[in-house]
Write a protein that binds this ligand. Structure first.
Ligand SMILES: C[S@@+](CC[C@H](N)C(=O)[O-])C[C@H]1O[C@@H](n2cnc3c(N)ncnc32)[C@H](O)[C@@H]1O
Length: 248
């Protein structure tokens, strides 16, 4: 029997290439955070980021407190400020991040529990936890890593479990570029000169974000848009979602 090798269609050729780019960019994000762990810790702890001081820190704390969870896992917790803030408010909180220096910084800052693991570890069941809410504060910038995390998240939460995400506002971040999903170059503009190698990020339109929740077993119960009180421009978008119960 003879077989004839057919030339691959352009679409078939493009797919592995796109996947390789997605994974390469997801890796570049982690390399960048490892490089910038020191300046990032200083920026957060010294209140260097205006949007955080103005609105977004308060917004994420309020969103979690309003959901009244007993326990929270902060995914992509960085140096741990939110875990400490929630603990102060009587919520049992723990954090997880893939960058050893950030986890070390978090552990040195208090007695709360921090785990070293990536979104891929969570998605593939290599990191197990019990919490009735997951919170992601400006920590979902990848493509495949984020999509894998969303695909696994509902299955890792109890019934009525919560997923709370604060991220870049698509309207405010789009700038003059086309309003479509895709990788964009990062920038440390406005940050101290100690930062280098900005991470790329995967820009998602509002409908892409909604699809991530709804397509992965969540119901969005509220969307908040923390504003700059002077300009009234949105500084972030905040999704509050709950695991959707399956009809019997
Ligand atoms: C902008 S920082 C935010 C940190 C923290 N949530 C905060 O509000 O300060 C993004 C964080 O996401 C983490 N991160 C990004 N991709 C990750 C991945 N695939 N697995 C685990 N952590 C990741 C980074 O290490 C970094 O700490």
């Amino acid at each position: 029997m003879s077989t004839t090798a057919l030339p691959a269609s352009p679409a078939a050729e493009a797919e592995p290439l796109a996947a390789a780019t997605d994974q390469a960019n997801d890796r570049r994000i982690l390399v960048s955070w490892a490089t910038n762990a020191g300046p990032w810790t200083a920026a957060v702890r010294e209140g260097q980021i205006a949007s955080r001081r103005l609105a977004t820190d308060r917004a994420i704390i309020d969103a979690v407190v309003d959901c009244a969870p007993q326990s929270v896992l902060d995914i992509g917790c960085g140096e741990g400020w939110l875990v400490r803030a929630l603990t102060e408010r009587g919520i049992q909180a723990a954090g997880v991040d893939a960058i050893p220096i950030l986890i070390e910084q978090a552990r040195q800052a208090g007695p709360e529990t921090y785990y070293l693991a990536s979104y891929q570890d969570i998605a593939h069941g290599r990191f197990r936890f019990q919490a009735d809410a997951l919170v992601c504060n400006f920590s979902l910038f990848g493509k495949t890593s984020v999509e894998a995390l969303f695909a696994a998240a509902a299955g890792l939460l109890p019934a009525h479990g919560r997923l709370i995400v604060q991220t870049l506002h698509p309207h405010a971040t789009c700038s003059d570029q086309p309003y479509k999903d895709g990788w964009r170059a990062g920038s440390w503009q406005g940050f101290s000169p100690d930062f280098s190698n900005p991470p790329p990020y995967y820009f998602r339109t509002l409908s892409n974000w909604v699809d991530l929740f709804v397509g992965n077993g969540f119901e969005i119960v509220e969307i908040r848009e923390p504003n700059d009180p002077d300009s009234n421009q949105p500084l972030a978008i905040l999704f509050m979602a709950t695991v959707k119960l399956q009809a019997l």
